[in-house]
Design a binder for this molecule. Structure first.
Ligand code: ZN
Length: 723
């Protein structure tokens, strides 16, 4: 729903990873975290510290109160107070409504009690209806225009808030005639439903393939499959059905080709035919989403036309750094060109390796070969055993590492504090306060990092309460949460795969952005920034997962206590870089698919399959397999419509920031202080281009046709894409 308040709120809660990460499925069981801090006096409260949420039904009271308070503020605004008062009251409405919606959204994703989830969903629904009323309320719109006209009375941040609020309202169609506004509202409802349908189909129809006989799948993958059998007379002599034997029934295995299983099969199954069948099944489901996508693209196109834009992309990009589709496409084409030579080189290496292994010099490289052979090449070239790597990254130590990082860079301390009775939603949850010796408590962070039955399989950062200035002496401090799905029998036994360490650091980057921002308005708190700027701190923090100087401050072997060996970290990094160009090329291709589908006029629109196939031929080294349609489960098409390029923007910005400010000394307090005061502290309250220039100086962005493009050379150098 492109509603002013909801949109900004929803963005903060949907900062999911670009690449869907496989939660580690090792070390199962469940025991509570040990809270080590001596307990101060604790009072009984409700979920997340909200008194109303002592029971699930409390969500209803919370919504009632939020609506009542917002209505008071709307009446106040309608009386046309001064410009600063209008903006402040608007921000308080946004804060009031966002706090409930964000809490409800967070609860829906993490609470093990169905009653809470149900009540949270109802709360979201009711507030969404209320938002509809707010977003089409002319008195709010008139007031914000008036505030903008009286800009001399506003601070720089106040004017920016007024301008943003007006643009967001206009993106909801508030300035249109009633007939057009009705159409916009109807289209927004349709779009929301189509997005839900797209995502539900991905879950309910992951595709499957039946493999006979069962022995064709390695034993260690059998836990991902379901036993099946068929009458042996049905078993064909060719393809999968060799080895009939005298049995009346033949045993086989059914693979559901959802992304995690598919990923494991493609990496580990030595049988080419098995990989091929799994690849094709996984990339041809859910079929229903092709029609859903067509309808979604058409609804989005109509929406943007009613609102006066040429394409949906043009509409979606308004307010982003890349202010138009032409700018995004020109950036993506530059990236595509930059990465091509190295990607081709890497492709050739995999091909040669395959030919060497199979002894067939005319063998071609197929998409289902990539994960299998690159995994083999990485471990043989660098002698890497990923389970050994995990021995050095217990979750408890990684959290200690994050504390070291925050203290070294920003002089702030995370303290584990006890949860009050009623505040937690699961015994695994941990609460940290972020404390500065001079400034006091800066915010609170919940960690819900372990997987459990029924928990949403996501890794994400959630805002529960945004920061904002209440008065000259009072600041509402932010409350955020990190959710991951790491496995282990208890807190001490959770050991992270290195990719999980990277994910944790990524999410921690979002958390720092939220916790360290000090904006006047909640509307700009932490991650509430332009979409193509939002992933920058998280991408920057990922560098720490690969830096020996930092890792050596906390990483130790779980049983021997030996520090992590420097050459192990080097091997990890070398393995990561082995196919970095092919990986980047894939991300560029994804972003091009997203941008192209949202930029085409319906008149020039053939079917999405052939558009995606054309882009694949033009921008990757890989062949397109006839009849497959990978994009039917590219969920970012719905959640980040026309915004997927943002991840690449962030990678470029992060690469330059790392190289210019942190690479030399990643734990430098001076660099940390600059990062905080010039970047994180401002949240969305300052123009991202100004923030970037202040922090790194020239050479981080380029102005291009009225928009902003990242300098791509830093990333290119890091990945050794030149020469
Ligand atoms: Zn992120």
């Amino acid at each position: 729903m492109s509603t002013i308040f909801h949109l900004r709120s929803a963005l903060s809660t949907t900062m999911l990873r670009a690449l869907s990460r496989t939660p580690a499925a090792y070390f199962r069981n469940g025991r509570r975290f040990q809270h080590s801090v001596t307990a101060p006096v604790v009072k009984e409260t409700g979920l997340y510290g909200f008194d109303h949420l002592k029971t699930a039904k409390g969500f209803q009271r919370m919504v009632d109160d939020a609506i009542e308070r917002s209505n008071e503020l709307v009446n106040y605004i309608a009386g046309m107070p001064s410009a600063p008062e209008i903006v402040k009251a608007m921000d308080e409405i946004s804060d009031t409504v966002c706090t409930v919606i964000d809490s409800a959204e967070f609860c829906r994703h993490t609470h093990p009690d169905r009653d809470y989830v149900t009540e949270a969903s109802k709360a979201s629904l009711r507030l969404n209806e209320y938002l509809h009323y707010l977003n089409s309320n002319p008195s709010i719109y008139n007031a914000i225009i008036r505030a903008e006209q009286n800009h001399h009375l506003l601070t720089e941040e106040g004017l920016r808030a007024a301008c943003h609020l007006r643009i967001d309202l206009e993106k909801g169609g508030i300035h249109l005639n009633p007939e057009k506004l009705d159409r916009v509202n109807q289209l927004n409802i349709d779009i929301l439903q189509l997005c839900r349908e797209f995502n539900e189909n991905i879950i309910t129809d992951p595709g499957h393939v039946d493999i006979f006989p069962a022995s064709r799948i390695p034993k260690r993958l059998h836990h991902l499959t379901k036993p099946i059998c068929r009458p042996s007379s049905l078993a064909p002599k060719t393809s999968m059905g060799v080895g009939l034997g005298p049995n009346p029934k033949e045993r086989g295995l059914r693979l559901m080709t959802e992304p995690n299983t598919l990923c494991s099969i493609l990496q580990l199954a030595s049988d080419t035919e098995v990989r091929k069948l799994a690849y094709i099944a996984g990339n041809s489901a859910p079929h229903g989403n092709l029609a859903v996508l067509d309808k979604l693209l058409s609804a989005r196109h109509e929406l943007s036309e009613v609102l006066g834009y040429k394409t949906y992309s043009e509409f979606a990009l308004k307010g982003n750094m890349a202010s138009s589709p032409e700018i995004v496409l020109s950036f993506l084409h530059d990236m595509s060109k930059m990465v091509r030579p190295k990607a081709e080189e890497e492709f050739k290496k995999i091909l040669d390796f395959k030919r060497g292994r199979t002894g067939q010099s005319v063998e071609d490289l197929k998409p289902w070969d990539e994960a299998y052979f690159t995994r083999m090449m990485k471990s043989s070239a660098h002698n890497l055993d990923y389970s050994v790597v995990a021995s050095y990254f217990s979750l408890a130590l990684c959290i200690e590492g994050l504390k070291v990082l925050a203290e070294s860079l920003f002089g702030v301390k995370f303290h584990e504090i006890p949860l009050c009775p009623g505040e937690s939603w699961h015994p695994d949850v941990l609460k940290l306060s972020l404390h500065h010796p001079d400034e006091g408590d800066l915010g609170y962070l919940y960690l819900d990092l372990k997987s459990r039955k029924g928990k949403h399989p996501i890794c994400a950062h959630f805002a529960i309460k945004g920061g904002r200035k209440i008065s000259d002496t009072d600041y509402q401090i932010p409350i955020v949460a990190l959710v991951c799905n790491f496995s282990g029998s208890n807190f001490q036994s959770v050991r992270l795969h290195h990719s999980d360490v990277e994910t944790l650091f990524h999410e921690f980057g979002h958390a720092l952005h939220s916790l360290l921002s000090r904006t006047d308005y909640q509307h700009f708190s932490g991650t509430r920034v332009a979409l193509d700027f939002a992933e920058t701190p998280s991408n920057l923090l990922e560098y720490y997962a690969w830096d020996y100087r930092f890792l050596s401050t906390f990483s130790k072997h779980y049983s021997t206590g030996d520090p992590i060996p420097e050459n192990l970290v080097k091997s990890l990094l070398d393995a990561k870089n082995m196919f970095a160009a092919i990986e980047l090329q894939r991300q560029v291709f994804y972003a091009l698919v997203d941008q192209t589908l949202h930029t085409l006029q319906p008149s020039s629109f053939k079917d999405s399959i052939s558009i995606v196939a054309d882009l694949k031929r033009e921008h990757t080294c890989w062949k397109c397999i006839e009849g497959t349609y990978w994009h039917a489960r590219f969920s970012h098409l719905v959640s980040y419509g026309a915004g997927y390029y943002s991840y690449l923007y962030a990678r470029c910005f992060a690469a330059t920031i790392w190289q210019k400010t942190l690479q030399e000394d990643p734990l430098s307090p001076a660099a940390g202080s600059a990062l905080r005061s010039k970047f994180l502290q401002h949240g969305g309250a300052k123009d991202p281009a100004i923030i970037l220039n202040d922090l790194v100086g020239d050479g981080v962005i380029r102005n291009h046709n009225g928009g902003i493009i990242p300098d791509i050379s830093g990333l290119g150098e890091e990945l050794k894409l030149f020469n």
